[in-house]
Design a protein around this ligand. Structure first.
Ligand code: SF4
Length: 499
C-alpha cells in the first residue's frame, strides 16, 4: 500500500498529535515547505546525491517567493508552517533529512521547477524510505504542473498540487490533518484577484543564507501570467491568464521590504511593463513615496520607449534584462514566436545607454531549423550591440512547451519520460535529449558556440575594466568576479555545477 492510501489519523502516536497541540511547539510545524537542490549535473555517480553539495558561484539565489506566498496563506488559515530552503543553505540530502527529523512535520511540500526535479525526487524517495507513512509528501511547482503524468511514473510523492495553489492548499492540508486520504492530483484555478492573496511572509528568512556572492536584494512580483507564446517556454502550461496586483499593494510590500532587505529590488514578473498603465502607476508611486530604490526587471525590448525609460530611470531602475534568444530576426520571430524586431532591440539598448541604465540580453542556442550562420549571429550579438552583460544557454526542452511537443511530433522523442528517468537518477543529464539540437549540429558544437559567445563578450578590456570598476569597493564582489572569470575561461559558463 502506498503511503498516500493511509489516512493521517493512522499515524503513530508521536506524529498524530493534533494540529492545535503542535502549533505552540517551536520547530514543529504541521507543514514544512522545501526548496530542493537545483541539479542539472552529476558529480560522479548517477544516483547518489547523498552528499552532493552545490559549489562554485551561485548567482541569483533569492528567497523562494512562491513558497512564501503559500506559507502566508497556510498561516492565515491557522496552520503552522516552516520553510526550508535547502538550495540556499547548500544542504546535502543528509542535512536536509536531518532538518526534517528535527522539525517533525506531518506534511512536506516540495516545489520544483525542472532543474530541481532530480533533487525533489531523491529527497521524496528518502523521506518515504526513512519516515514512511508518518509524513505525507506533496509535489508542486512548474515541473509537475506542466507534466501531471509525472505522477503516474513515480511513487515517492503522495500527492501533487498543480498550478498556482495558494488558495486551495490550506483546505487540502486541513483535510489531510483531519485524517483525510489525499487524492493523487489536485488541480488549482489560478487566483483571479491577486490582492486577495496574503503578502509573502519573509519573517523567517536569514539574509545570510543568500547573497553570499552578491549584494542583498529583495524580490517582488506585480503581475502573474504572460500573453506571449515563445515556443521554448512552459509558462502557458500553467496559465496564460494575465493578472495584476493593485499598485498600492505592490508599493506597500516594497516599503516593508526596504526596511529589512536593503534597497535593491528585483521585479520577478515574467515580463515587467506588459501593461504600461500598471507599470507607470507603480513607478510613479515609487517616486511619490520617495522610496530610495535601485531596481531591475525582465522585460521585452518593444515595450521600451523614451517616456517609459525616463520614468524607469527616475524611479531607480539600474538595469533592464531583455529576452532576445536569437541573433537572427527570422528565427526569433518566425520560429520562436518571440515577435521582437532587431530594430526594437537596438532602440531599447540605445535608450538604456542614453539614460545610464545597464542592459543585458538573454540568448539561447539550438532551435528548429537554426543554421550555423544564424547561431553565429547569436554568438556575436551582445558584443556587437555593446550591452553590459549577456547570458547564453543551450535551449533546454521543458515539459509543457511547444518545443517539447515539436520534439515529440518530429522526432518521436518523449522528453517528459526522459526527465522522469533523469529525476530517478537512472539517466544522467548528459544522457537525456534535454537540449534541442538542430539538424546540422551536435551538442558539442552548441557548447563550443556558448563558450565562444562568453569569451568574445567578457574577455574584452572594456568589459573587464567596467566590472572591476563597478566592484572595486567590495572584496566580495571582486572575489566573485575572479571565480566567474575562471569558470568562464575553463568551462565557458559562470558556475562549475549549474548549467
Ligand atoms: S519566455 Fe517570457 S515572454 Fe515568452 S512566453 Fe515565456 S514568460 Fe512570456
Amino acid at each position: 500500500m502506498l503511503a498516500a492510501d493511509m489516512p493521517l489519523k493512522n499515524m503513530d502516536r508521536q506524529t498524530a498529535a493534533s494540529s492545535s497541540q503542535r502549533t505552540h511547539v517551536k520547530n514543529m510545524p504541521d507543514v514544512l515547505l522545501i526548496n530542493p537542490l537545483s541539479i542539472f549535473r552529476n558529480v560522479s555517480e548517477k544516483s547518489n546525491l547523498r552528499n552532493y553539495k552545490v559549489s562554485g558561484v551561485k548567482t541569483g539565489v533569492w528567497p523562494p517567493l512562491g513558497l512564501m506566498y503559500i506559507a502566508a496563506e497556510l498561516r492565515k488559515s491557522g496552520i503552522s508552517v516552516g520553510i526550508l530552503d535547502a538550495f540556499a543553505k547548500e544542504y546535502s540530502l543528509d542535512q536536509t533529512l536531518e532538518a526534517i527529523r528535527r522539525e517533525e512535520p506531518r506534511i512536506i511540500g516540495i516545489s520544483a521547477a525542472t532543474p530541481q526535479i532530480r533533487g525533489a525526487y531523491q529527497l521524496a524517495s528518502e523521506i518515504k524510505r526513512q519516515f514512511g507513512r508518518n509524513i505525507l509528501v506533496c509535489l508542486g511547482g512548474p515541473h509537475v504542473s506542466s507534466d501531471p503524468q509525472f505522477m503516474d511514473r513515480v511513487d515517492c510523492f503522495d500527492f501533487a498540487v498543480l498550478g498556482e495553489s495558494e488558495l486551495e492548499f490550506p483546505g487540502i492540508v486541513k483535510d489531510l490533518l483531519n485524517g483525510g486520504v489525499p487524492e493523487r492530483i489536485y488541480r488549482s484555478d489560478p487566483p483571479v484577484d491577486l490582492d486577495a492573496l496574503s503578502v509573502p511572509d519573509r519573517s523567517e528568512f536569514d539574509i545570510n543564507d543568500y547573497f553570499k556572492t552578491e549584494q542583498p536584494c529583495f524580490t517582488v512580483i506585480t503581475s502573474r501570467g504572460c500573453p506571449y507564446k515563445c515556443i521554448f517556454c512552459s509558462r502557458a502550461a500553467i496559465t496564460d491568464k494575465v493578472r495584476y496586483r493593485s499598485p498600492e499593494s505592490v508599493l506597500d510590500e516594497i516599503g516593508r521590504c526596504l526596511e529589512r532587505w536593503g534597497r535593491t529590488l528585483v521585479f520577478l514578473d515574467d515580463t515587467f511593463g506588459m501593461s504600461r498603465l500598471h507599470a507607470t502607476r507603480i513607478l510613479e508611486g515609487i517616486i511619490d513615496r520617495a522610496y530610495d530604490l535601485r531596481w531591475t526587471c525582465n522585460t521585452r525590448a518593444h515595450l521600451i520607449d523614451r517616456d517609459f525609460i525616463d520614468l524607469m530611470k527616475r524611479s531607480g531602475c539600474y538595469m533592464l534584462l531583455f529576452g532576445v534568444e536569437s541573433g537572427s530576426e527570422h528565427l526569433r520571430n518566425q520560429i520562436l514566436k518571440k515577435h521582437v524586431s532587431d530594430e526594437a532591440i537596438r532602440n531599447a539598448v540605445s535608450l538604456c545607454k542614453e539614460f545610464g541604465i545597464l542592459s543585458g540580453l538573454y540568448f539561447m542556442l539550438g532551435f528548429p531549423g537554426e543554421t550555423r550562420k544564424e547561431m553565429e549571429k547569436t554568438v556575436n550579438m551582445g558584443k556587437d550591440l555593446g550591452v553590459d552583460l549577456i547570458t547564453v544557454h543551450p535551449t533546454a526542452i521543458y515539459p509543457g512547451s511547444q518545443l517539447q511537443k515539436t520534439l515529440q511530433e518530429e522526432r518521436g522523442i518523449d522528453i517528459n519520460a526522459y526527465w522522469t528517468e533523469y529525476a530517478k537518477g537512472t539517466l544522467s543529464f548528459e544522457e537525456i535529449p534535454s537540449v534541442y539540437i538542430p539538424e546540422e549540429m551536435d551538442l558539442r558544437y552548441i557548447q563550443e558556440a556558448r563558450k565562444r559567445a562568453y569569451r568574445k563578450f567578457y574577455f574584452r578590456p572594456s568589459v573587464i575594466w567596467a566590472h572591476l570598476k563597478n566592484d572595486m569597493a567590495s572584496l566580495k564582489d571582486l572575489k566573485r568576479d575572479a571565480v566567474i572569470a575562471v569558470n568562464l575561461f575553463r568551462h565557458g559558463k559562470t558556475s562549475k555545477d549549474l548549467k
